[in-house]
Design a protein around this ligand. Structure first.
Ligand SMILES: [Zn+2]
Ligand SMILES: [Zn+2]
Length: 326
């Protein structure tokens, strides 16, 4: 059942900065990056890869390729609380005897899993997903591993004002919610280096956590402005290779958000629809068991943004919400 997997790989990006490329079990997302930055006799590790069988070995393999060892990690900091960015924080910190820093808005990843699932099911039901499909989704969701070795509280809140000291200089913290409520980007001002997590990726791909903040789409667009102000010259993203055209990528993200919002609005031209009915209009594909969680929550985020802007309204109809143009 398991396809041939990639292996952990390490490569030097700059003197004192390494890309630690770690395999992921997700279709279409074969790997994610952690970044090791020289700091005195050791390194600071930004992000961790997700936890699964053998994943710590993959990290060690990648570090070994650039002559680093897990025991040299002096600090682990995560850009956000998705499993591929902090799933291995606990075992790494334990082995290395170091602290873990992350933004405090991590409940989207750390709150009680059963409560989070119940809430998702409730939202999916309101959005027009049939009861039968909800039941089979719930069964599969309960069996899915979390990708997190162990939930640990950050030793320090990674918020603006906190600085991460490295041999390449100090990195500043910039809140960039939208993709996830806990998302931050890290910036090294003298070298104009940006560690962007999943806020800005080489291949434009939008994802928002639904249900934790009032307006993930609006927050994401605002966060694009925050990062644009930094004027970075090299972006080290959570997936894929480093890239230099940071402004071009910011613009491409803005364009795609506008396209999606326009598609949602156009989808309501013919009258009221449920979020489930709108998905094919926005994404050009129908909901399936595999894409449902993703596409439905994204469509709801766009609807919510338009609702706050006053251009769409929702009305309950026998427990299901129908959306229409205001
Ligand atoms: Zn993420
Ligand atoms: Zn990611």
């Amino acid at each position: 059942m398991i396809a041939r997997r990639e292996l952990g790989r390490g490569e030097r990006v700059l003197p004192g900065l390494w890309r630690v490329r770690l395999p992921l079990p997700w279709p279409g997302v074969p790997h994610g990056n952690a970044w090791a930055i020289a700091a005195g006799s050791g390194v600071v590790l930004i992000d961790t890869g997700m936890h699964e069988a053998g994943s710590l070995m993959q990290l060690e393999r990648a570090l070994d390729q650039v002559n680093l060892r897990l025991e040299q990690v002096r600090l682990v900091a995560s850009t956000h609380a998705h499993s591929d960015h902090w799933g291995q924080a606990a075992p790494i910190c334990e082995r290395a005897g170091c602290e873990f820093w992350m933004h405090p808005n991590h409940a989207h990843s750390t709150a009680d899993p059963e409560k989070r699932l119940e809430r998702r099911l409730e939202v999916a039901g309101q959005s027009g997903v049939p009861q039968q499909a909800l039941r089979s989704y719930a069964e599969r969701a309960r069996e899915l591993p979390s990708g997190i070795a162990r939930v640990i509280e950050p030793d320090r809140d990674l918020v603006p004002g906190v600085e991460i000291e490295t041999d390449l200089g100090v990195w500043t913290v910039h809140e960039t919610p939208g993709h996830a409520p806990s998302h931050v980007c890290l910036f090294q001002p003298e070298r104009r280096l940006l560690i962007s997590g999943d806020h800005l990726l080489g291949r434009v791909s939008l994802y928002y956590d639904y249900g934790w903040t009032p307006d993930p789409v609006g927050e994401f667009v605002h966060s694009l402005g925050v990062v644009e102000e930094l004027d970075a010259r090299l972006c080290l993203a959570g997936h894929g290779r480093p890239f230099t055209d940071v402004h071009g990528h910011i613009d491409a993200n803005r364009r795609l958000v506008q396209e999606r919002l326009a598609a949602v609005t156009t989808g309501l031209d013919g009258g009221s629809r449920t979020a489930v009915e709108l998905v094919p209009d926005v994404y050009g594909e129908p909901l399936t068991q595999t894409n449902a969680g993703w596409l439905l929550s994204q469509t709801l985020c766009y609807l919510r943004h338009l609702e706050l802007g006053g251009s769409v309204v929702r009305s309950p109809d026998a427990g299901v919400e129908r959306w229409s143009r205001a």
